[in-house]
Design a protein around this ligand. Structure first.
Ligand code: CA2
Length: 157
C-alpha cells in the first residue's frame, strides 16, 4: 500500500523570517547592526542549512499581517522558523498567536543584545513560546539558529 506524500517531502525547509526595518541592514547604523546586508544574512542561513542538507525560505516584511501570513504558510511545509520580528517582538500579540498556532519550533533571533538596550526592548512576546532565544551574537545568531533547528530535526528522525 502506498503512503501519502507528506507536504514537506524532499529536503526539509527552514523559514527565515525578518521583520520591520531589517531590510535596511548594512545601509544604516552599522555600529549597532553591522555592515552585512539582509541578502548576506539570508545567504549565511542558506549556507548553514545546506551543510545539513536543508533548504531555507527567506521572507522579510515591514507589515505585521504579512509576517503572520508567512508564519501560517509555513505550517506543514517548514520544519522550523528562525524569527527576528524586529520591533514587533516587543509589541505583537498577533505574531505570538501565529507562532503558537502553527506549532513549529521557533528560534527568536536578535542581532543586538536587546537586554543591554532600552527597557522597552527587554520584554518579548515571543521568548516564552520559542524553543531558543539568541540575542547579541550579531548575524551569526541566524547561523546558530539554523544549526539548532537542523540538530533538533535530525534528532526526531
Ligand atoms: O537586534 C535585533 O535584531 C532587533 O530585533 C532589531 C530591531 C529592534 O527593534 C529590536 O529591538 C532588536 C530593529 C531592526 C532595525 O534594523 C535596522 C537595520 C539597519 C539600520 C537600521 C535599522
Amino acid at each position: 500500500m502506498s503512503e501519502a506524500i507528506p507536504a514537506d517531502a524532499g529536503r526539509g525547509t527552514i523559514l527565515v523570517l525578518n521583520g520591520p526595518n531589517l531590510n535596511l541592514l548594512g545601509t544604516r547604523e552599522p555600529e549597532k547592526y553591522g555592515t552585512a546586508t539582509l541578502a548576506d544574512v539570508e545567504q549565511l542561513a542558506r549556507d548553514a542549512a545546506a551543510a545539513h542538507g536543508l533548504d531555507v525560505e527567506c521572507f522579510q516584511s515591514n507589515h505585521e499581517g504579512a509576517l503572520v501570513d508567512a508564519i501560517h504558510a509555513a505550517r506543514g511545509k517548514a520544519l522550523g522558523i528562525v524569527l527576528n520580528a524586529g520591533a514587533y517582538t516587543h509589541t505583537s500579540v498577533a505574531i505570538r498567536d501565529a507562532i503558537s498556532a502553527v506549532q513549529l519550533p521557533t528560534v527568536e533571533v536578535h542581532i543586538t543584545n536587546v537586554h543591554a538596550r532600552e527597557a522597552f526592548r527587554h520584554h518579548s512576546y515571543l521568548s516564552d513560546i520559542s524553543k531558543a532565544v539568541i540575542a547579541g551574537a550579531g548575524i551569526l545568531g541566524y547561523r546558530f539558529a539554523v544549526e539548532y533547528l537542523a540538530e533538533l530535526h535530525a534528532g526526531q528522525d
